[in-house]
Design a protein around this ligand. Structure first.
Ligand code: ZN
Ligand code: ZN
Length: 355
């Protein structure tokens, strides 16, 4: 029997004139089946829920995906793919165009042809990703847990930062505290950028030594049950300069405008504008070059996307970041990022570290 998640996928398939779906990306595989191994394919149809994987993951698959019939994959994909698909009697099978390589698609087609299986492989885009946008209670609890761990790391960084410490040293302190407090391996490398380096939104930590008074952008996330948080704090050791104070207040007001103004059903582009308007009005519109935020969940960047050109709408249960910033080349940058849950027509922050 399909569970709630695959049930929703099956409804989508009806609308797309498909009678089965092949899930290949690791995040979607975990989302639908619970299986977190790094190799396997799901076949989802009204008649069957089948997971193919090889002997390395057999026991893990039995434990993690009890709702699925297991299919033992051995040798190359070409040898077993047709038999695997043949079990479901599917006429039009959707696959994830953003995940399957051309090489893999050719192999699958050859396998079906050779075995005389009439299933047609149909390319689809972001079908599963849209289903993952609204989170259920279990998912929200995981993200909350991850957010509470990244909060701890932010407070830790604030308490230990000293002039003369390198960016790499501070980044490692942040990562270490997250792991010590129960985070699974973090989903993305800790960003720690000081002084002029902080004008680069995605700077890599360097050996540069931190000076007092300058901005230090720290951007990182913890991971719990496969779900990630994503937090940015811009901190300073010693007394911040006047530029820091001025820009920090503008970015904070921009973030607050979005937190207060977002409601259920708002266009993601309109949500972006709430914050962007504040930065534009302060005269720094040209220095906020990225989008306001993005969904978080099994991936650190997933739908919905909150940006000027987004077609997404923000709905109940969605969890996304709100992260305005201002970046001045040569001086540095300020970014403040929090994780937000849209519920009961308003935003509640899941991250609570000092701002
Ligand atoms: Zn981030
Ligand atoms: Zn982010």
């Amino acid at each position: 029997m399909p569970n709630n998640r695959s049930g929703k996928l099956l409804d989508k398939l009806d609308q797309s004139n498909l009678d089965g779906f092949l899930v290949s990306s690791p995040h979607n595989r975990k989302y639908f089946s619970g299986f977190s191994g790094s190799s396997g394919l799901l076949l989802i149809s009204r008649q069957a829920l089948i997971l193919s994987t090889d002997f390395r993951y057999w026991e893990q698959a039995q434990n993690e995906a009890p709702g699925y019939t297991l299919y033992r994959a051995s040798k190359g994909l070409k040898e077993w793919f047709a038999e695997f698909i043949g079990q479901a009697n599917v006429a039009r099978l959707g696959f994830e165009s953003t995940d399957i390589t051309v090489e893999c698609l050719n192999t699958m087609r050859k396998s079906l042809k050779k075995a005389g299986v009439a299933t047609r492989l149909v390319s689809t885009r972001n079908l599963c990703d849209k289903l993952r946008m609204a989170k259920d209670e279990t998912e929200i609890a995981m993200i909350k847990k991850a957010a509470s761990i990244s909060d701890l790391a932010a407070e830790h960084a604030r308490s230990i930062v000293r002039a003369g410490m390198s960016e790499i040293e501070l980044a490692w302190e942040v990562e270490k505290i997250m792991r010590q407090n129960g985070s699974e391996p973090v989903g993305f490398s800790v960003i720690c950028a000081s002084g002029p380096n902080s004008a680069l939104p995605h700077a890599k930590p360097t050996q540069r030594l931190i000076n007092s008074g300058e901005p230090i952008v720290l951007d990182f996330g913890a991971c719990s049950g496969g779900y990630t948080s994503d937090l940015t704090r811009t901190i300073c050791c010693g007394e911040p300069d006047s530029q820091f104070k001025k820009l920090y207040n503008i970015v904070l007001s921009a973030q607050q405008a979005a937190i207060e103004g977002i409601y259920t059903g708002i266009k993601a582009s309109a949500a972006d504008k709430l914050a962007r308007q504040v930065i534009e009005d302060a005269g720094y519109g040209d220095y906020f070059g990225h989008s306001l935020g993005h969904g978080i969940g099994l991936e650190v960047h997933e739908a919905p996307f909150l940006g000027p050109t987004s077609d997404d709408k923000l709905e109940e249960g969605m969890v996304f970041t709100i992260e305005p910033g201002i970046y001045l080349p040569g001086w540095g940058g300020i970014r403040i990022e929090d994780d937000a849950l849209l519920q009961n027509n308003k935003v509640t922050l899941l991250s609570m570290a000092t701002k």
